[in-house]
Design a protein around this ligand. Structure first.
Ligand SMILES: [Zn+2]
Length: 51
């Protein structure tokens, strides 16, 4: 069983590394948002805390 990289659920057959196309798309969208945010807040948001 593989674990979905988006929601953490285990799955047998999924899309790439995700349990469903929904999670796959969500993850892609997040990456796009992240990239956009990084560009926009290039200098002002250097202290982003990720635990
Ligand atoms: Zn999922």
């Amino acid at each position: 069983m593989t674990q979905c990289k988006e929601c953490g659920n285990g799955y047998e057959v999924g899309v790439r590394e995700f349990c469903s196309e929904d999670c796959f798309k969500k993850n892609i969208q997040k990456r796009i948002d992240d990239a956009t945010a990084n560009e926009k807040s290039h200098t002002s948001k250097l202290t982003k805390e990720d635990s």
